[in-house]
Design a protein around this ligand. Structure first.
Ligand code: CP
Ligand code: NVA
Length: 312
């Protein structure tokens, strides 16, 4: 890989605070690199030699934590981990300026997006959002890699998201729109995605030949979809609303009847963990259409590409 290619692969924003930190062109470069890293992992085993990433987790995680650890290690680097609330014992601005003296990037899963933004503001090393209340950009990267693999491309494809207008929905809206997808989101009334993010996604869609539709009709969103996506109805931190949400969201379950409205060979996507029998049936999770474990696999590949574009 020559120097020019490396320069072209560096993310201008220097952080991944949200999906907004990636331009369409950078997104395409990242997904291309993710495909290369997946095909030839042995060519990328020394890229982060001598480099460390800090993993900060305020919330539980299986996929994100383990795939970041594996990604850094398989690229030749190493990690340190801290679990617990960030900012309780000392301010985020001090934490950031400790971590950037020791390690070459900070990967953080937080309750509040403000914590990510503050870490990025005060740290001299790249900060990666490993999920906040507003965004889950690393998930969307793996999802787009999965759609491209299973559907041939992202551009021009219809992605239906059914359920809560949450962090995962926001990242899919922004990243899908930047790749020229037709993103249709259906939620119960009152659970729509953030209006500002929807407006941003509409601009990106217009620039890239895609579209964004927000409605309360699960059937309308799924009709003609190439990929159907759902997520839990109550996210981490909303456990006390879970029972009420079960009632409100019941008509938005992804089941065989709803999937029948999608394209015949449509794929089913879920970031996991799933509540089987709530937002999705066992039958759909286990069907040949289900690409959920490809998504999980691609967390590793997409994050390797991201780390290369931020840390190399
Ligand atoms: N999809 C996802 O982020 O999974 P974890 O919460 O297990 O990291
Ligand atoms: N929306 C979910 C995603 C988990 C990966 C949550 O925030 O809990």
């Amino acid at each position: 890989m020559n120097k020019n290619t490396l320069a072209a692969e560096r993310l201008a924003a220097g952080d991944l605070r949200s999906d907004l930190d990636l331009t369409s062109a950078e997104l395409r470069t990242l997904l291309h690199l993710a495909t290369e890293v997946k095909a030839k992992p042995q060519d990328y085993t020394h890229e982060l030699r001598g480099k460390y990433a800090t993993l900060l987790f305020e919330k539980p995680s299986l996929r994100t934590r383990l795939t970041f650890e594996l990604a850094v290690k398989q690229l030749g680097g190493d990690i340190v981990v801290s679990i617990g609330m960030i900012g309780d014992r000392e301010p985020v601005q001090d934490i950031a300026r400790n971590l950037d003296r020791w390690t070459q990037s900070i990967v953080a899963r937080v309750f509040s997006q403000q914590t990510i933004d503050d870490l990025a503001k005060w740290s001299r090393v790249p900060v990666i959002n490993a999920l906040s209340d507003v965004y889950h950009p690393c998930q969307a990267l793996a999802d787009m890699q999965t759609v491209a693999e299973r559907c041939g491309s992202c551009k021009g494809k219809k992605l239906a998201y059914v359920g809560d207008g949450n962090n995962v929905a926001h990242s899919l809206l922004l990243t899908g729109a930047k790749l020229g997808m037709h993103v249709a989101v259906a939620t119960p009334a009152g659970f729509e995605p953030n209006a500002t993010i929807v407006d941003q996604a509409k601009v990106f869609a217009a620039e890239n030949g895609g579209s964004v539709t927000i409605s309360n009709s699960a059937k309308g969103a799924v009709t003609g979809a190439d990929a159907v996506y759902t997520d839990v109805w109550a996210s981490m931190g909303q456990e006390n609303e879970a029972e009420e949400r079960k009632r409100i969201f019941a008509p938005y379950q992804v089941n065989r009847a709803l999937m029948a409205n999608a394209e015949k060979d449509a794929i089913f996507l879920h970031c996991l963990p799933a509540k089987r029998g709530q937002e999705v049936t066992d039958e759909v999770m286990e069907s040949p259409q289900s690409a959920i474990f490809d998504q999980a696999e691609n967390r590793l590949n997409a994050q390797k590409a991201l780390l290369l574009m931020l840390m190399r």
